[in-house]
Design a protein around this ligand. Sequence first.
Ligand SMILES: Nc1nc2c(ncn2[C@@H]2O[C@H](COP(=O)(O)OP(=O)(O)OP(=O)(O)O)[C@@H](O)[C@H]2O)c(=O)[nH]1
Ligand SMILES: [Mg+2]
Length: 371
Amino acid sequence: MTSSSLPSHLLPFPSKQSSPAPPSSTTTLLRIPPDRTPTRISRFRCSAGQTGFFSKLGRLIKEKARSDVEKIFSGFTKTRDNLAVIDELLLYWNLSDTDRVLDELEEALLVADFGPRITVKIVESLRDDIYAGKLKSGSEIKDALKKSILNLLTAKGLKTELRLGFRKPAVIMIVGVNGGGKTTSLGKLANRLKKDGTKVLLAAGDTFRAAASDQLEIWAERTGCEIVVAEKENAKASSVLSQAVKRGKEQGYDIVLCDTSGRLHTNYSLMEELVSCKKVIGKVVSGAPNEILQVLDGTTGLNMLPQAREFNDVVGVTGLILTKLDGSARGGCVVSVVDELGIPVKFVGVGEGVEDLQPFDAEAFVNAIFP
Ligand SMILES: Nc1nc2c(ncn2[C@@H]2O[C@H](COP(=O)(O)OP(=O)(O)OP(=O)(O)O)[C@@H](O)[C@H]2O)c(=O)[nH]1
Ligand SMILES: [Mg+2]
């Protein structure tokens, strides 16, 4: 089947010729119920061909990652300080001292929130390599330590770029506990995608607090994206998201970014609400949501592990956004989450500004915590 014989909502992307109007410069608010047509709709322009567009977008996003390493990890001072002791230990390391040095190294990793499972795994593999004569100096041990952490972060072929499928619109749901930075991350992501030439629709799926949609509307204005908000109070999140994705489909959006309410991972009924949000989205666009990104507050340390585990069990998390790395982030735990749950970190939040979202780069991460 050629793309021209596909129904319009299945076309990967409109060609440049089919989208003649210029993009709108202002935000249009779309309110449900959907019988109201929006006053103005921006048209998508894509110079990247059709199916290749999302992969090009992913590549662009990844390339940008490499340019801003220092800013990304400015918040790791605390983690770095905790791990600085490792440099001192390894400086004076000699073979006869191995067990004592490895005990202290273990302690330092635990203090830096690597978690017991990962810590033991790393230290035991170092011990084996030292006694097998593969590591002969402090600097070799440090390199091996960094390499084993990098391996943990990159094993299992985890993809850090967004995977958006080929149907339009791609749908991304942002989930997580209260106050982690979901709405802010969604706004920053909208900014990034919009700048890369994508037609983005925001969906105010946090119907729990009245102020939540106001907050997202500010992000819509800031990024020049359109937004769907609930018309009435007490609207169901699933109904707002379903309407938004329908809009996205009917009006040729590339991506719908869905905000959701913060919820404790231990609250069964709220977690179930997420499941119904996911279901209704999938009914509108088969295969959607393409990404369910969980926001984890980088300052919460090991608490992020049970959160990630629970959200993943309930809705199937496809990627993580690690926020507040500009604060006093506790980086070690990320390695545990990635290793235990096999979910890649896709973005990191490094501030409250619109530009403060960076793609995750595992190598830069390791270099930031072990300079
Ligand atoms: N320093 C810093 N602050 C951040 C970052 N991301 C979010 N914040 C701040 O964290 C606070 C909470 O952010 P929100 O985006 O409202 O968090 P949320 O998860 O949507 O919160 P709820 O909807 O209430 O669950 C706000 O003050 C944000 O400005 C970040 O990367 N760095
Ligand atoms: Mg929010």
